[in-house]
Design a protein around this ligand. Sequence first.
Ligand code: ADP
Length: 265
Amino acid sequence: PTETPDTQHSPDATPAAGLPPGELIRLEQVTKRFGDNTVLDHLDFSVDAGKHVTLIGPSGSGKTTILRLLMTLTKPDEGRITVDGQQLFPATEKEVREVRKKIGMVFQQFNLFPNMTVLRNIMEAPVTVLGLPKDEAEARARELLEMVGLADKCDARPTRLSGGQQQRVAIARALAMRPQVLLLDEVTSALDPELVAGVLDLLRDIARSTDITMLCVTHEMSFARDISDQVLMFDEGRVIEAGSPEKIFNDPENDRTREFLSAVL
Ligand code: ADP
């Protein structure tokens, strides 16, 4: 049978030809350069729906660039990226919008809208992007604020909150879109040390209690060990070792993985 283009956007769409069922994200031979700097070098990996994959490795090894590519915030120079059966680069604007609806991202620096209340921050995209009626978006936002422990902060401006609270709002804001994938980019790196554990505990809960697919860049190795189905160790734009957290943290095979872990653990 011939495939019609819009079937791939329905929740039960069949995967694109050649993709194994259950596979949500695939990078094939992805290369990204900034000038002479090859940041990702013919990178291949895939993530199955519902899995939690952690990207570790030295600073500058290309981890954040992968999340930015998936968010279509930057373009690869070569290779193919597929999300839920939809190829990115090239894709039409409509196709890109559809893919972005499936992906939520939480950044190191929260990036909340400073001129909106906490509640409005969470309601904004469901209303403007998904077209959700305001009362539904508000109910959803209040439920999420409850979940992240900030029900009493709905009328506050983000700047009045601690970094940890702002990051909880950013997590709630990402989840309000009911994304299939949550991208987490060093979400605790900008926090005061005493606020880190609370945010990581919240993410552990989300990992345990939802079927959301997670792709996390983190320097928090005990968090990575707890939540990951798979850990990818990056160095110089390549995955140099991949495996279960037990394997990577207890019995790494690559010398550079061992060096990296002994420096951070
Ligand atoms: P990581 O997340 O592993 O620390 P990044 O993906 O942030 O690594 O960065 C990988 C490399 O790409 C670094 O050398 C960084 O300086 C470079 N880089 C990232 N973004 C840009 C940009 N917009 N312009 C130029 N170089 C960039």
